[in-house]
Design a protein around this ligand. Structure first.
Ligand code: URA
Length: 242
């Protein structure tokens, strides 16, 4: 990467400011004054300073995985394969972790990242990030049960579940929640005398599961997807502080 691009990517200086700073001998690369803005650097290996302060390259990695059954949403497990085992080794080295949990037998959209702030936002119960799941149930859902699920049911906790949105047709449908309690959807269906037989997450906030990904396949998020997630995060933070 070019040295001036490094500064603009880290948000420290614009490229023209970086050029001026380099000319003014304010920038060092591995202890030597940098000479040229187009000098090639490795942001992961080279030590770069501006006015004596280290500037670090903080590019986070975001991976969308279509989780298959049988994998646990963890970075490590002594007995069972984890979602990290589905990714190349370099992502483990980067410290990627799954953003939230899906049960071992739940499939679909899983986001893995090393961006702690974004993960915190997606996981925080106060963020109310909507998540949609496609499901199949053992018995067809009645209109009365669907209404109960939408309004909130008792799953044996202090409070009823928060309002949910349902689209259903017989034994299959989609349910959108803005909270994430342990085994929540399974317990909600049990609360109305039914049983979930298949569960697949299809959206997470502004992200949708890429239909081109087969189970077990993954890809990095596009710049647009990352921007949408960040926008969602910023908007929610703004609403909370207003
Ligand atoms: N609800 C569940 O019951 N299981 C999941 O994996 C996700 C939501």
């Amino acid at each position: 990467m070019r040295l001036d691009k490094f500064f603009s990517t880290t948000g420290t200086l614009t490229r023209s400011e970086a050029t001026r700073a380099i000319r003014g001998k304010r920038v060092t690369v591995n202890g030597m004054a940098a000479q040229k803005a187009d000098m090639k650097i490795d942001p992961d290996l080279d030590v770069i300073t501006l006015d004596g302060q280290r500037v670090t390259y903080q590019r986070y990695t975001y991976v969308m995985l279509n989780k298959p059954k049988g994998y646990v949403s963890a970075t490590d497990d002594s007995r069972l394969p984890t979602v990290l085992d589905l990714l190349p080794e370099k992502y483990k080295r980067l410290g990627l972790f799954p953003c939230g949990r899906l049960d071992r037998d739940t499939t679909g959209l899983m986001l893995l990242t090393d961006d702690g702030e974004l993960a915190h936002f997606l996981l925080s119960p106060v963020s109310h990030v909507p998540k949609t799941y496609a499901y199949e149930s053992a018995s067809p859902l009645t209109a009365a049960d669907a209404e109960r699920l939408e309004n909130g049911v008792d799953i044996g906790e202090k409070t009823l579940t928060k309002p949910a949105h349902l689209e259903y047709d017989g034994k299959s449908g989609r349910i959108t929640l803005a909270e994430g309690r342990y085994h929540q959807i399974k317990r909600m269906f049990e609360a109305v005398g039914n049983k979930i037989t298949e569960l697949e997450r299809v959206t997470l906030g502004p992200l949708s599961l890429d239909p081109a990904l087969e189970r077990g396949e993954w890809r990095e998020l596009t710049e647009q997807e990352i921007a949408e997630l960040q926008k969602h995060n910023r908007n929610t933070n703004r609403k909370e502080t207003e």
